[in-house]
Design a protein around this ligand. Structure first.
Ligand code: PSU
Ligand code: MN
Length: 301
């Protein structure tokens, strides 16, 4: 096992067997502008604490895998330039070469599992990009859900993606997709969609038990909890649709590809909505953090 640097709080929580919720760092470095990124990271950590669990924000700092960041480390990461975006393909290389990088959903799941953490909150997972039939751009987050036993709470997959194809791939990979408290799948900035969720659960206890049963059966992998954005914060899909289309057209025209696609699109949508997409993104991440804490508490009971 590689050494892990735990924050003081996460260290204490592990020793006491308390509920811990993993949080990712790519959303901080590549998903939101400064200073809202750091403010949001702190709010999300507070939300987890207020719900009775301990937050563990994950990142690689100067070659060390950190599970739980101290306040000054979070501040520094939020303002650092040229931070790598780490997925399964690059996290080991970053650690090996002493680099600094932020973890995506896939890499955060890997690190959480190494640290014995079973629940993780994010905004929305990556998935199948629109036009993937030409670009082959499918997020490694999907494969990770199929093999690493961590329950990921997100507002579904990000609505910049081809959502029907994303959920088809998750089905193919055998990943349970559980809508929380409703029949429809949420669509990130919008609470509902016209897609019916494969599974629905209404309590954190059921979600915890489903992951534990999966693992007890020897089934690899985690599950995606699709938690709808609070209605007060949502942006209707028909308002966003032309904006997403414009951002995608611009990405195409500028030749944006690979890891840069998602950060580019989120950044342009932020500008084109005058910041409204960010307000909604913050509301949904905080909502996911609260539910993740409840699931983590149910798991340790
Ligand atoms: N959720 C958000 N904003 C983000 C992300 C999630 O609200 O920026 C990040 C996650 O780290 C996720 C990544 O893994 O976007 C997806 O990137 P890609 O499409 O390149 O796999
Ligand atoms: Mn990609």
């Amino acid at each position: 096992m590689i050494p892990i640097t735990y924050s003081a709080d996460v260290s204490a929580a592990r020793a006491a067997g308390e509920a811990v919720v993993a949080l990712e760092s790519t959303i901080i470095t590549h998903g939101m502008p400064f200073p809202q990124n750091v403010e949001t990271a702190r709010l999300v950590e507070t939300d987890v604490r207020d719900a009775g669990a301990v937050p563990a924000t994950i990142a690689v700092l100067d070659g060390a895998l950190h599970v739980g960041l101290e306040g000054d480390e979070l501040d520094a990461l939020g303002q650092a330039q040229n931070v790598a975006k780490l997925s399964r393909a690059d996290i080991a290389a970053c650690i090996a070469t002493g680099g600094t990088g932020a973890t995506t959903v896939a890499a955060t799941m890997i690190a959480a599992h190494l640290a014995g953490i079973n629940v993780f909150a994010t905004g929305g997972i990556g998935g199948v990009h629109r036009g993937a039939q030409d670009s082959f751009d499918i997020s490694a987050d999907l494969q990770e859900l199929a093999q690493t036993p961590v329950t990921v709470v997100g507002a579904g997959a990000k609505a910049i993606l081809d959502l029907p194809k994303t959920f088809e791939v998750l089905e193919t990979l055998g990943v349970p997709v559980i809508a929380y408290g409703q029949d429809a799948l949420p669509a990130f900035w919008s609470a509902t969609s016209d897609m019916v969720a494969p599974l629905r659960m209404d309590t954190p206890e059921d979600i915890a038990k489903a992951q534990q049963t999966r693992t007890a059966m020897g089934l690899k992998g985690g599950q995606l909890v699709a938690n709808p954005i609070p209605h007060a914060a949502e942006i209707p899909a028909d308002v966003l649709a032309p904006i997403i289309t414009q951002a995608l057209t611009e990405a195409d025209a500028q030749g944006v590809s690979a890891k840069a696609v998602t950060p580019f699109l989120l950044g342009r949508i932020f500008e084109l909505t005058d910041g409204r997409s960010l307000t909604a993104n913050i509301a949904l991440v905080r909502n996911n953090a609260r539910l993740a804490a409840q699931i983590a508490i149910a798991m340790v009971k």
